[in-house]
Write a protein that binds this ligand. Structure first.
Ligand SMILES: [Zn+2]
Length: 198
């Protein structure tokens, strides 16, 4: 992989681009300072197939699995989806506002979608994540921090406590800190807490 991955209008070169219609403009003059880490798999716990990709592009076959029926009409997206093997998809330009965090607040500031990047890891709350995912997340965070004034990476559970619990206790923030440190310490993780730039 290139040392300095190329960006094209908010699209990250190394990611496979799968454009989603679920996005909008960020409020004018908004600096992107936050990364929100999520976990998702469809059906929950299944790490094969393309259902997540289909969900984020409004192409999910809602009759294909009982769980999908409850997702009918849902219009959501994230900027990135990192699969178990580290393969990364991008659905929305980082210059645009993706629909991943919902009702949310961080450090007293609401509507995190306005000023954040959403990264979905293929996984399930309570399950662990793959080394390839930590490595790729570190690469992606570094690339993001090189283009946007990113200050922190936090979990969806941190910006929507009580409502959301992903990525959950199976996500090891310390491991993320370890792989980040190995790859140029631009962002430093807290202990089991969100990442903060030091
Ligand atoms: Zn989430």
């Amino acid at each position: 992989m290139a040392r300095h991955p190329r960006w094209q209008e908010g699209w990250w070169g190394p990611a496979r681009r799968v454009a989603s219609p679920n996005f909008g403009p960020r409020p004018a003059g908004t600096a992107v300072t936050l990364v929100v880490v999520h976990s998702i798999s469809l059906p929950p716990g299944a790490y094969t197939g393309d259902a997540v990709e289909r969900l984020f592009t409004n192409r999910l076959d809602h009759d294909a699995h009982p769980y999908y029926a409850g997702l009918r009409g849902l219009e959501v997206s994230a900027h990135f989806f990192v699969r178990r093997d580290g393969q990364t998809l991008q659905f929305v330009s980082c210059d645009q506002r993706a629909w991943h965090a919902g009702r949310s607040v961080w450090r007293g500031r609401e509507n995190c979608n306005d000023w954040s990047i959403g990264i979905e890891l293929e996984g399930l709350e309570g399950h662990g994540f793959e080394p390839a995912q930590y490595r790729q997340l570190a690469v992606l965070l570094r690339a993001l921090a090189g283009r946007y004034p990113i200050e922190e990476a936090v979990g969806h559970e941190h910006v929507a406590p009580g409502r959301k619990a992903d990525p959950g206790p199976g996500f090891d923030w310390l491991e993320l800190r370890r792989v980040l440190r190995r790859r140029r310490p631009r962002l430093v993780a807290g202990c089991g807490k969100p990442l903060t730039k030091h």
